[in-house]
Structure formats: structure tokens, C-alpha cells
Design a protein around this ligand. Sequence first.
Ligand SMILES: Cc1ncc(COP(=O)(O)O)c(C=O)c1O
Length: 395
Amino acid sequence: MKPSTKELAEHYVMNTYNRFPLVLTQGKGSYVFDDQNKKYLDFSSGIAVNCLGHANEGLLSVINEQSQKLMHTSNLYWNEEQIKLAKALVEKSVMDQAFFCNSGAEANEAALKLARIYAKLHKNKEATVVIAMDGSFHGRTYGAISLTGQKKYQENLEPLVEDIVHVPFNDFNALANQVNDRTAAILLEPIQGESGVHPADKAYLQKVRKLCDDHNIVLIFDEVQTGIGRTGEFFAFQTYGVTPDVICLAKGLGGGFPIGAIVAKQPFASALTPGTHAATFGGNPLACAIGNYIVKTVGDENFLKEIKKKSDFLIEGLNALKSKYPGKIVEIRGKGLLIAVEFSEKSSEILSTCIDKGLLLVGAGERNIRFLPPLNTDKNEISASLEIFEKCLSM
Ligand SMILES: Cc1ncc(COP(=O)(O)O)c(C=O)c1O
């Protein structure tokens, strides 16, 4: 007898994910279909990645044109798309230079190396300590998982990368008490995504900025999840008016194609020199052509304005559900189209019911469900998501 997809998957694929029992085969716009041709409204967006939904026409033609011209060349040579994307990101962020890699974890690795090199050269040789936040998530490579402030992800991986300490998020005194001559960098997500969409306070970020200025500390914002329009501004730091020295990007920048980047101000950017860091695929012409299309589309002022309107509409709808189901929903949090619903109990069952009813959402922590729709979704789709969500709440 022919083995089932599930049997094949369990036999051949390493068991590193708790997956839902779905095999997705195609998508268009905000919808995806499984191998039984069941249709789902995809408000998970590949965990804040598919910012223009699935099979976006503009993106498809960029992929088609660029892949026929030049897909990969290595960084032994220049390619025009990489230079163009670096310029676009620098101009949008008011930073000075970009480095390209392939994922969020890699972006954080690059930032970690940059910060330590910078501190050794411009502070003192012992300044190797990076302060990160409890509850943060920065990826799965050794540097990134060491920076991540959640013990459950670090189990059995010790020894972790040295000289990384964690402090409670949004607690300025706890942070300031950790700072000394050995502090190279402070790394944080302006809105913590994976642990349940917890925004930083504006006053906190302003004080962190000053602390870094006063002590020659590199301030790194991990905007892997919050960047590229997700919060209604192109970068989340713009919603706070607090500018970091280094920004880490990935996810939405490729709209589904793997790409990561850091953009940094000078003199920090100059810490990375030939031989200090590299990535074979980083900044390849295809990834960067896609990135250029995304930056042009999502970075458009009107597109960003629309995200804010859609966000208000979704948050209003979710708050109405909170009023209707006060025992179930505790809080609605978030900015733009990065929104979490916090439940009074574990949310895994509701998440599975949503999938059964044709709505894909993402868990965060034990009691939160994230709405991460494509940024080009519309009010009809948002209304449809609220309707399905309510059905699952009332069950
Ligand atoms: C804030 C943040 N940083 C880093 C990462 C890791 O990104 P990647 O899975 O692309 O390595 C994630 C992934 O969810 C993230 O949310």
C-alpha cells in the first residue's frame, strides 16, 4: 500500500516542528489551499513573511524577469540589485550601510559580531557583553539562541555563547544596573513578537537610547518581525521616534523568498570589514530584486496609511469580541497588522478550531493567538476572519 503523506513526512523529515496536520499546495492573495482542495484564509502569512499574500502578480513578474537575467553571482562581484536595495533600506531607515544575509537569525548574528568588533575597537578589549531581554526571540543559530531570552529554547544546548545577559523587558532600572565598561551592545525587539506581542514603552526606549549614547553602547533593534510595514510604519522604531544604531531585518523583506539584512549607522557599520563576515547567498540578485519590489510597494506612503486603517478596523473588531467574550479574551495588543489576542486559558484548542473552520492564525506563548494578515489584505477579508474567529470563540 502507498504510504500516506503523513507517514512519508514522519519517516523522512526530522521532527523539529509541532505541525498542524495540513499539507498546503497553493495560494492566491490571502488564501491558501490544502491537498484536499480546502480553502483557508491565511492570516498567518508564513509568520509575518508573506506581506503581499500569495502569488502576487508584481512579485511573480520580478521573479520571472530577474531569474532569467541573473539569479546568483556570489559576493566576489557587485550586482546592481544589491546596491539598489542597500540604498533603498538606508534611505528608508536613515542609516548608512547595509549587509545582506538569508534569515532573521543570520541578521542577529551579523549584528552581534558587528557590536563586539565595534566595542573592541572603539571602547575597550573587554567590552564583549551584550544585554538582551527576557521574553525575546532572536532565532535558532547559536548566537541568536543565546540572545533569546526564553530558557525553553536553550535546553540541552549549553554551553551557549558567552557574555550575553538578560534583563526584564521594559524595566529601565534593571537594564541600567547591568550596564558597565564591559557592555558592548543592547539588543531588543521594539515589539516582542514570539512571546505574545508585547510593545516596548516609548519612554523606556527613549531612556535606553540615552543610556547607549552616554556609555558608547551599540543599540540594536531586532525588527525581523516588526519591520517592513508590519506595524503600519516602514520600521517599528519610527512609531516610537527612537532610532537605533543597527536594525535587523528578514521575514517581510522577501515576501516569502529568503533574505535577511542589517542596516547600520556609522561608525558602527564600518566595524564589519573584509574577512569579518560573509554569506554566500547574501544579497544575491534575485533575493535583492524581490526585496526592491517589496520595499517600493510596502514603503509607499499610501500603502502604509492603508495598513493603519486596516489595523484600526481589525483591532476594533477584536475589541468587540473581547467585550462579547470577557471570560475568554483578556487583552488585544499590537500595532499595525501585528496583533495578539490574549486568552484567559491556553489558546491551542481555539487555534486548531480556527484551522478547521478555514482560518490560519499563529500562536504566541501559551495563551496568545496572533493575527498576521498579509499587509495588502482588505476589510472584507478582515471581516471574514472576524466572523470565523467568533464562531470558534462561541464553541
Ligand atoms: C524578532 C525575531 N527575530 C529573529 C527571528 C528569527 O528569524 P529566522 O527564523 O528567519 O531565523 C524571528 C523569527 O520568528 C523573530 O520573530
